[in-house]
Design a protein around this ligand. Structure first.
Ligand SMILES: *Cc1c(COP(=O)(O)O)cnc(C)c1O
Length: 382
């Protein structure tokens, strides 16, 4: 841990062999020992050395150390995906009979994990607007764990995390937040009193749309439990090459987030001047206490005068696709997600508006992106 600013943490050279500033990729499944005494000492837990890459690998550890510093946590553990991070965290922290208080508009696959795996296992799950966690005492009372996103998926609703953490502490509830939207550049949940912070590192942490990964950060006791139990036994480990890509991505996280914010600010400013845009969901600095910036992921609602299919097809720089947080701009009309097959769908259950469109603003020149958006909107408006 350190009191350096995030940019300084991100720019810190690795300090590897021959003074290398980036970590070597330890592309190995196992680590060997010269003699029985060393092997026995490692197996007895008396010496700290890597043994097998399902549990630890030095390249993965380099990424984990950077994340722990950045979030201001005692320890981090990397995973093969954001969903591996979420499932390993929840299965380590709840037992059958427990209740999870989960945020509405939660990431759709996290919702499916709750409904299709945790509920049949005997865990009760209740859903609440993110703003209710600090204001409605019934949300926390008797819960084992509060599972949060702020801002939430699709609707981008944000809440005061410090107030939520206080409400949770008063009831002995462990708090977990998915901080993929804000990143530690714009929101540091641990400093606000939240217990555990996790990410889909596939989004801004990687930033280059070239890997799927996840990471969990928190107190040594909780991260240790995940590392001893659900990391090795569910086995969703972060691979060394993916970890190396994440270290590479992290180097520019601060610079990228500020650029995403610049473009997002321009969009929010100009969207307000278009009559076809009936709502803008894009929290920014000080929308709630502790939130220090606006990321490039926002959603808007379009009036009936806009043909959303036509609008999406008329865009040139925005591609149609899931995921977000990369260099390229993307758009997802909520209607596509609402029509997605299967009954387990948080987007449908919690009433995301039909005429909502999610935008992930990339790193293209802001004026080019706006011109593309503005032109497509004009084409698609009656
Ligand atoms: C993408 C996403 C996830 C899942 O992460 P994967 O890396 O795709 O497994 C979790 N939470 C949020 C908010 C996401 O956007």
């Amino acid at each position: 841990m350190t009191d350096h600013a995030p940019d300084t943490v991100l720019a810190r050279p690795y300090g590897g062999p021959a003074g290398s500033v980036t970590p070597p990729i330890y592309q190995t499944s196992l680590f060997t020992f010269d003699d029985m005494a060393a092997f026995e000492a490692r197996m007895a837990g008396e010496i700290d050395r890597p043994l097998y890459s399902r549990v630890t690998n030095p390249t993965t550890a380099a990424f984990e150390e950077m994340m722990a510093r950045l979030e201001g946590g005692a320890a981090s553990v990397g995973f093969a995906s954001g969903m591996a991070a979420i499932s390993a965290t929840l299965f380590a922290l709840v037992r059958p009979g427990d209740r999870i208080a989960c945020v509405e508009h939660v990431y759709p696959d996290a919702y499916r994990l709750m409904e299709r795996m945790l509920r049949p296992w005997g865990v009760e799950i209740t859903y609440h607007p993110v703003t209710a966690f600090a204001t409605d005492p019934e949300v926390m009372r008797g819960a084992a764990l509060a599972y949060l996103e702020s801002p939430t998926s699709m609707m981008m609703q944000a809440a005061d995390l410090r107030a939520i953490a206080e409400a949770a502490r008063a009831e002995g509830v462990t708090t977990v937040i998915d901080n993929s939207w804000a990143t530690p550049i714009f929101q540091r949940p641990l400093a606000l009193g939240i217990d555990v912070v996790l990410h889909s590192a596939s989004k801004y942490i990687s930033g280059h749309s070239d890997t799927v990964a996840g990471v969990v950060t928190g107190p040594a006791e909780i991260v240790g439990r995940i590392r001893d139990l659900t990391l090795p036994l569910l086995g969703g480990k972060l691979a060394p090459f993916e970890a190396w890509l994440l270290v590479r991505g992290l180097r520019t996280l601060g610079a990228r987030m500020r650029e995403h914010q610049r473009t997002a600010d321009l969009f929010v400013d100009r969207l307000g001047g278009r009559a076809e845009v009936t709502a803008i969901h894009s929290p920014g600095a000080n929308t709630v206490p502790g939130l220090e910036g606006r990321s490039g992921l926002m959603s808007i609602e379009l009036s009936d005068s806009v043909d959303i299919r036509r609008f999406a097809d008329a865009l040139d720089l925005f591609r149609l696709g899931v995921s977000w947080g990369g260099f390229e701009s993307l758009i997802v009309p909520a209607a596509v997600t609402l029509a997605q097959a299967g009954e387990h769908n948080s987007v449908r259950r919690f009433g995301v508006p039909e005429r909502l469109v999610r935008l992930s603003l990339g790193l293209e020149a802001a004026e080019d992106l706006w011109r593309d958006f503005d032109r497509a909107l004009t084409i698609a408006t009656r």
